[in-house]
Design a protein around this ligand. Sequence first.
Ligand code: TRP
Length: 77
Amino acid sequence: MEKKSSLQNGDYVVIKALDDGVNVIGLTRGIDTRFHHSEKLDKGEVMIAQFTEHTSAIKIRGRAKIMTSNGEIESGK
Ligand code: TRP
């Protein structure tokens, strides 16, 4: 069976864009924290993402509904 990082524990972050042009930005894990991926979502589009060995933080620019195991929050208001 494929060995999974302990970070990929089945916890997903669900991001639903409430406007066009929402950016979901992945930031690197480790000594330097930099952008490694940017995904653009249009209104109604959903991204489901995990924290991984490469991704330590997720930054969201624009209006979106963000659902996590810690609760729900809306960005961009
Ligand atoms: N290649 C990235 C990774 O494995 C893909 C990714 C996972 C990602 N979670 C993300 C990109 C969150 C942006 C935001 O870490």
